[in-house]
Design a protein around this ligand. Structure first.
Ligand code: NAD
Length: 426
């Protein structure tokens, strides 16, 4: 074991022993997980030595500010808003885990300015959305909801009229990202022919065929399914003109964002019989809580499946989100890795043996690296590895230095005018 000096005290370079030492609390610290975050996240963080406190509900701004002193890592879902004021009050906070997909609830620029990394789980519910889309494509193609509703009213409508197999039908995927590509693969396995359209240059998977324009896709698809992202430019991008262009008797799905679709236009094309059915999971205005009334132009139509934004809501997705975000938080604390952070530059550097790691968040101005290296060179500190990445106005440098460095090195790095936050990581 090699003992060496650290501003927080003496500790061993053996990570395991270091975590067990009295410095564990200083380094790993307290974690506050709100909003009933999955038990898998609690177990993961506790097993790493964190002191984890959980709360089944979200907190409002004042409650959050009162709760944050001493908290190193904060876990939230969609209800807790983390404002600039809350972040400014939380001097011990180092990272926020949004145990969900969206991060609108966190003031990301304020977090970055305070050196607080924010992580989420952008891919954990991809499969869940894809499976719901597949289920809905089959259900609509067989007119299952109508048949089932009829049976509940006592109607025995045994007929094949208007019911089809999905095999051999053409699926048009608009937005060929994480969800669109996975759907493409599963739909082909069901025997569907897949066309896709994406504004970015995307590699076609399997036998899927790229369409250069949305119109080209609308001309051939029996089923059109929207999986674009929520960038502002996509607001209302699919409206009257696009519905009118769809094939007679075709089906429409939207499991992406509510505001990308004109719902009045969709209703008109369903009522006229031009479209044979639709499945919609996301709405421009969604009720705030369970039990609140759902208001939509799409209510009360036959062969239309409406679901309360549950595309990604499965127990499997929740478990995956729990372990994914917990892992990102832990890695940020213990090796400084910011891979997939939504607000800091991405850096992941394998640590050199027998080194001490420093993570330096700084203003992205010319000459920072030269400044850092000149400080270390003047103090004869050997740099064994370093990686710098920038994102907008911030730069993030991870560097591994020989462990017998003088404390003066840390002092001078902290005092650099460009430094926002210096962490001694491991
Ligand atoms: N219903 C749910 O519960 C649920 C769950 C998860 C994700 N989502 C939503 O699903 C959508 C897709 O998620 P993802 O992870 O696949 O996103 P992604 O970012 O991986 O993919 C989106 C794709 O859409 C493309 N695109 C953007 N605008 C376009 C346009 N106008 N025309 C054509 N292509 C366009 C992008 O280039 C990208 O390839 C997002 O809107 C996300 O919010 C919904």
């Amino acid at each position: 074991m090699t003992a060496f000096h650290h501003p927080d005290g003496e500790y061993s370079i053996s990570r395991r022993r270091w975590r067990r030492s009295t410095l564990v609390d200083v380094q790993l610290g307290k974690v506050l997980l709100l909003e009933n975050i999955h038990a898998v996240a609690v177990a993961r963080l506790e097993s790493e030595g964190y002191e984890v406190e959980t709360l089944g509900r979200g907190l409002d701004e004042d409650e959050l500010i009162a709760a944050l002193p001493g908290v190193r890592l904060l876990g939230i879902r969609s209800k807790t808003k983390v404002s600039a004021k809350a972040i400014a009050s939380a001097t011990d906070l180092r990272a926020i885990g949004a145990f969900c997909i969206g991060t609108d609830q966190v003031d990301l620029p304020a977090a970055a300015a305070a050196g607080v990394a924010v992580f989420n789980a952008p891919f954990s519910n991809t499969r869940s959305v894809v499976e719901l889309a597949i289920a809905e494509i089959i259900a609509l193609t067989r007119r299952l909801t109508e048949k089932s509703a009829g049976m509940h009213r006592g109607v025995w409508d045994k007929s094949a009229e208007g019911s089809h197999e999905v095999r051999g039908r053409t699926l048009g995927i608009v937005g060929y990202g994480n969800i669109g590509t996975q759907l493409s693969v599963l739909a082909e396995n069901l025997g569907m022919t897949v066309y896709f359209h994406d504004t970015a240059d995307k590699l076609a998977l399997g036998n899927a065929r790229r369409c250069d324009s949305l119109d080209e896709l609308l001309d051939v698809a029996d089923v059109v399914t929207i999986h674009v992202d929520g960038r502002p430019g996509n607001s209302g991008f699919f409206g009257e003109k696009q519905f009118a262009r769809m094939r007679e008797g075709s089906l429409f799905l939207n499991l992406s964002r509510g505001f990308v679709i004109d719902h009045d236009a969709l209703r008109a094309h369903l009522e006229s019989g031009h479209l044979a059915g639709a499945a919609v999971d996301v709405f421009p205005k969604e009720p705030k809580g369970r039990g609140d009334e759902f208001v939509s132009a799409l209510r009360g139509l036959p062969n239309v499946i409406l679901t309360p934004h549950i595309g990604g809501s499965t127990e499997e997705a929740q478990t995956d989100i729990g372990s994914f975000v917990a892992d990102k938080l832990h890695r940020y604390v213990t090796d400084g890795s910011t891979t997939l952070s939504v607000n800091l530059p991405a850096v992941a550097l394998p640590q050199q043996p027998d080194t001490h790691r420093i993570a330096l968040l700084h203003h992205n101005v010319p000459g920072v690296l030269a400044h850092v290296n000149s400080i270390l060179a003047a103090l004869e500190v050997n740099v064994e590895g370093q990686l710098l990445s920038t994102r907008g106005e911030y730069g993030y440098l991870v560097l591994d230095i020989a462990i017998d460095y003088p404390e003066e090195a840390l002092k001078q790095l902290r005092e650099m005018p460009q430094t926002i936050l210096l962490r001694t990581v491991s």
